[in-house]
Design a protein around this ligand. Structure first.
Ligand SMILES: C[S@@+](CC[C@H](N)C(=O)[O-])C[C@H]1O[C@@H](n2cnc3c(N)ncnc32)[C@H](O)[C@@H]1O
Length: 232
């Protein structure tokens, strides 16, 4: 008997895009450049939660060997189309979640990364992820977690503080909309926030320290309410 899908596995089961701020290729290529800057070299890379491969195909231009892993078959199908269209022969895709991915790997990596994924993991899952990842990291390697939701900035973004037309009426409207969404999601037994969970940077740092790493906090360039955790 197959195991029941988690709430997020269910959520991503038929999705085909990573939900970037813009799906325009010009935007994604700039986002990939920012990420490649923080990844800062290495020859081999694991992109955990690679989704539709939007960033992965850009990473493929800079790495010798890459593995993309995701628990959504539809996302991986989309990633496979992109990989074939761009003839990226250095990428392997794996259908796996944060628990099963490790047993499906046959080598270690210089970089283990995840973009827009940690928000779908609990603190406990992040702890286990870093613990397992450390066993698959080459000497001098890095775990680079991109775009975690900052618990201080995310609520401000949600009420429109960073929007161009920020104003009192808009804030009241946004708060009303948020309350309505949360109540209706609870009634339908759906996730209260489709963007997942926020993570306190100090909690991520102490998890990193517990596993013998240091963490650098970096503000995300294209998402005002997100940050990157560079763990080395
Ligand atoms: C917001 S999308 C980002 C996709 C990609 N990293 C990007 O930036 O374009 C999040 C992805 O993480 C995957 N994901 C979330 N939780 C996961 C888990 N526990 N195991 C494997 N994949 C997961 C989802 O299926 C989805 O493809």
């Amino acid at each position: 008997m197959s195991k029941p899908k988690s709430v997020w596995e269910e959520f991503f089961a038929d999705r085909r895009s990573g939900g970037h701020r813009s799906s325009a290729e010009e935007f994604i290529s700039r986002e990939a450049k920012e990420k490649l800057f923080h990844l800062d070299g290495g020859k081999t890379l694991l992109d955990f939660g690679c989704g539709a491969g939007e960033l992965l195909v850009y990473y493929a231009l800079e790495y010798e060997r890459l593995v993309g892993a995701d628990f959504s078959a539809s996302m991986l199908d989309e990633a496979d189309n992109k990989i074939k269209a761009r003839k990226c022969e250095n990428i392997t895709l794996i259908l796996a979640d944060d628990k099963t991915v490790w047993e499906k790997l046959d080598s270690s990596f210089d970089r283990i990364t995840a973009a827009g994924v940690v928000q779908y993991l609990t603190d406990e899952q992040v702890d286990n992820f870093i613990s397992h990842a450390s066993g698959y990291l080459n000497k001098g390697g890095k775990i680079v977690l991109f775009d975690l939701l900052n618990p201080r900035l995310y609520p401000l973004w949600k009420i429109g503080l960073f929007s161009r037309d920020f104003g009192f009426k808009k804030v009241v409207h946004k708060i009303g909309f948020e309350v309505h969404s949360v109540v209706s999601a609870s009634l339908k037994n759906r996730p209260k926030d489709i963007l997942g969970y926020t993570h306190n940077p100090f909690t991520i740092e102490s998890i990193a320290n517990k596993h013998g790493f240091e963490m650098e906090y970096v503000q995300s360039m294209y998402y005002e309410y997100k940050y990157h955790a560079i763990i080395s």
